[in-house]
Design a protein around this ligand. Structure first.
Ligand SMILES: [Zn+2]
Length: 238
């Protein structure tokens, strides 16, 4: 009985250990605990990032808006999407934006085995590098879940994990231009790494429509405030 209790305690401890880094997603990590992981930027700077593309419909529209405002951004792509739309992945890189890895597939790392996560990151990175022609050194896991396995494989593959400080919750069906802008501004835009989505492949269909309207307004605000847009993960240690 005692042995069984000990085994249960060990199992519970292992489960906590396995999921501990993922708790960063569930509990607000203060900007002082892991600033470079969250993408806290120096005052006067902002990094705009997009997840879930490349998407043949919405990514080119995002690129047009960014070009109009002469802003460079970071695109955390899915290997699976890049494989299906290689021309769009290439276009993002050719327009001078940064390519980061979101994963081969959009799966929650907490429910995947260690080898499966390793394969996902390695194959995803290869696909992004082949299609975009850019070396990939940044990664942001789906749902922001940084399990121990994700962190270990990322280190082995020379991928630096990066989350975000502000998001627009633009994936929701109820998101509007106003709600997205207000969510981002509430979390702060000065010194921020902002998360938006350039594809609705994992969100409410058509949700990129409101995101594009919000992006136009956010880019104007950035310009009005004289903020400098930078590539995500640049100029930070760790
Ligand atoms: Zn995603």
């Amino acid at each position: 009985m005692r042995a069984r209790a000990q085994a249960a305690a060990l199992f519970a401890a292992a489960a906590v250990l396995h999921s501990a880094p993922a708790l960063t997603w569930f509990f607000p990590v203060t900007k002082h605990v892991a600033p470079s992981l969250l993408g806290v930027r120096p005052e006067g700077e902002v990094a705009i990032t997009f997840d879930d593309g490349p998407d043949p419909v919405s990514t080119p529209l995002v690129l047009d808006l960014l070009a109009h405002h002469r802003v460079k951004a970071t695109f955390f792509m899915l290997g699976d999407m890049a494989k299906r739309h290689p021309g769009v992945a290439r276009m993002v890189a050719e327009e001078g934006h940064q390519v980061g890895l979101h994963g081969l597939y959009h799966r929650n790392a907490l429910f995947r085995s260690y080898p499966t996560i390793g394969y996902d990151l390695k194959r995803g990175k290869e696909l992004l590098e082949d299609t975009s022609g850019q070396r990939v050194h940044l990664m942001r896991p789906p749902y922001g879940v940084l399990s121990t396995a994700v962190l270990m494989h990322a280190r082995r593959l020379d991928l630096k994990p990066l989350l975000w400080t502000s998001w627009g919750r633009d994936w929701r069906a109820v998101a509007t231009k106003e709600s997205i802008v207000s969510d981002v501004m509430r979390h702060g835009i000065d010194g921020a790494t902002v998360l938006l989505h350039d594809s609705d492949c994992t969100s409410a269909p058509g949700s990129t429509h409101a995101m594009l309207q919000a992006l136009a307004e956010l880019l104007e605000t950035i310009q009005e405030r004289g903020l400098r847009t930078v590539m995500a993960g640049s100029g930070t240690s760790a």
